[in-house]
Design a protein around this ligand. Structure first.
Ligand SMILES: NC(=O)c1ccc[n+]([C@@H]2O[C@H](COP(=O)([O-])OP(=O)(O)OC[C@H]3O[C@@H](n4cnc5c(N)ncnc54)[C@H](O)[C@@H]3O)[C@@H](O)[C@H]2O)c1
Length: 344
C-alpha cells in the first residue's frame, strides 16, 4: 500500500536513558520511517522530564504498566539494561503491542524462546534493533567474499577490547549485562553469522574472572575480565569470539575471515584483503563505506512488515542465534565442558 494512504503506526519507547540518548535516537528513527513518536515510559523522573522537553505533548509514563493502560501506541521499543529485556518485552506483547527490543534480544536462550512464543501466540511482531546489520564494514566484506575474494570460508575470528578497568556503569555488572560478551560481542556475532550460513552444532566457552572485580563497584558481580567462545558449525567451519579488558596487545581490526584462497580483516573504518601469489603476499586495503546507522531502514522494514506483511529482515529467530551462542559459552565456561546447541 502507498505510504501516504496507509495507517500511521504510533511508536513508544521504554527507557529514555542518558548514556547515549538512545530513546531519542529511536524516536527520531521511527519518525523518519513514518512511525509517529507517541509515548515514553521511564522510571527515572529526570530522564522522563528530558523526554517531555524533547517531545512536547508526547505521552509520559512512569511505568510500563501505565503506558500499556493509558496509551494507544502500536509499537514499543525496549531500550533498558539487558536483564530487563525479556520480562518487559513479554509484558508489552501481553498488552497486545508489537515489540522491538534493543540488542541483545535477551540474556538466555530460554528467555528468547519465551519472548518468541508469546509473539507467535498473539500474532505480533517481535524484532531486535540490529541496525548494525547493514554497517559498511560487513556489507563491504560480504560483497567481496560472496564474489570469491578469499575462496571458501574456513574460520572467523572476532575480537575486541584492550587492557582497561571496566567503567562504573551497569554494562560492567555480570547479572545486569549478561557478561563481557553481551555488548559488542552481539554485534560481532551478528556480522559473523551473515558470513557463515550453517547450523550451530556446539559451543565451548572460556572466561577469566577476578582481576578487575576488587576494583569495581560491582565486586564479585563484575563482568569477566576476558571471555572467549568457540563455535562449531554443521558445515565444518568454526568461529571464535574474544572480548577482553586485559589484553595489552590487542589484535588489529574486529573480524578476520580466513578462506581457502586468502584472508579478509575488517574493523569499523577499514579493511585488508590478503592473498598469496606464489611466495609473495598481496595486500589490498581500503576504507569501508561511511557509517550511516541504518536506523530508518530498520524501522521502515518493521513498519512495512506490520502494516503490509513485508518480510521481516531481523526476525526474532535470527536475533536468538547470537544469544544462543553467548548463553552456551557462559554455561560452558562455568562447567568446563563444550555444550551442544538446540535449534542453532
Ligand atoms: N544498537 C546500538 O548501537 C546500541 C547503542 C547503545 C545502547 N544500546 C542498547 O540499548 C539498551 C539501553 O542502553 P543505554 O546505553 O541506553 O542504557 P541507559 O542506562 O542509558 O538507559 C537505560 C534506561 O532504562 C531505564 N529503565 C530501566 N528499567 C526500566 C523500566 N522497567 N521501565 C522504564 N525504564 C526503565 C533507566 O532508568 C535508564 O534511563 C541496551 O540494550 C544497550 O545494549 C544499543
Amino acid at each position: 500500500m502507498p505510504e501516504k494512504t496507509r495507517k500511521k503506526l504510533k511508536g513508544g519507547v521504554v527507557g529514555y536513558g542518558g548514556a547515549f540518548n538512545m530513546g531519542r535516537h529511536h524516536l527520531e528513527a521511527m519518525r523518519k520511517a513514518g512511525v509517529r513518536p507517541a509515548a515514553v515510559a521511564e522510571i527515572d523522573p529526570a530522564r522522563l522530564q528530558e523526554a517531555g522537553e524533547d517531545y512536547p505533548g508526547i505521552g509520559l509514563f512512569d511505568t510500563v504498566d501505565r503506558m500499556l493502560r493509558e496509551s494507544d501506541v502500536d509499537l514499543i521499543t525496549i531500550i533498558t539494561p539487558h536483564n530487563t529485556h525479556a520480562d518487559l518485552a513479554v509484558q508489552c506483547l501481553k498488552g497486545n503491542r508489537h515489540v522491538v527490543c534493543e540488542k541483545p534480544l535477551a540474556i538466555t536462550t530460554a528467555e528468547c524462546d519465551r519472548m518468541i512464543a508469546e509473539a507467535k501466540k498473539r500474532k505480533l511482531t517481535l524484532s531486535t534493533y540490529h541496525n548494525r546489520h547493514w554497517d559498511g564494514c560487513i556489507t563491504e566484506a560480504r560483497k567481496r567474499i560472496e564474489r570469491g575474494a578469499i575462496g571458501d570460508i574456513v574460520r572467523i575470528e572476532a575480537h575486541m577490547g584492550v587492557q582497561g578497568q571496566p567503567r562504573d556503569w551497569w554494562r560492567s555488572s555480570k547479572s545486569i549485562s549478561g557478561g563481557i560478551l553481551y555488548d559488542w560481542g552481539v554485534h560481532l556475532l551478528e556480522y559473523s553469522l551473515q558470513l557463515i550460513d550453517s547450523e550451530i552444532v556446539e559451543v565451548g566457552g572460556f572466561a577469566k574472572n577476578g582481576f578487575w572485580a576488587p576494583k569495581t563497584v560491582w565486586g564479585d558481580d563484575t563482568n569477566e575480565d576476558e571471555a572467549f567462545a568457540v563455535v562449531r558449525f554443521k558445515s565444518g567451519q568454526w568461529l571464535t569470539l574474544c572480548i577482553t579488558s586485559l589484553d595489552a596487545n590487542p589484535k588489529p581490526g574486529w573480524v578476520e575471515i580466513t578462506g581457502t584462497k586468502g584472508s579478509y580483516l575488517f574493523g569499523g573504518d577499514s579493511w585488508k584483503w590478503i592473498t598469496r601469489n606464489r611466495d609473495e603476499t598481496v595486500l589490498r586495503e581500503g576504507k569501508n563505506p561511511p557509517w550511516e546507522g541504518e536506523s530508518k531502514r530498520f524501522y521502515k522494514n518493521v513498519a512495512d512488515h506490520i502494516l503490509d506483511g513485508a518480510p521481516l529482515v531481523i526476525t526474532p529467530e535470527w536475533a536468538r542465534r547470537p544469544i544462543h551462542i553467548l548463553d552456551l559459552a557462559a554455561r560452558s565456561a562455568r562447567s568446563g565442558r563444550t555444550l551442544k546447541a538446540k535449534y542453532g
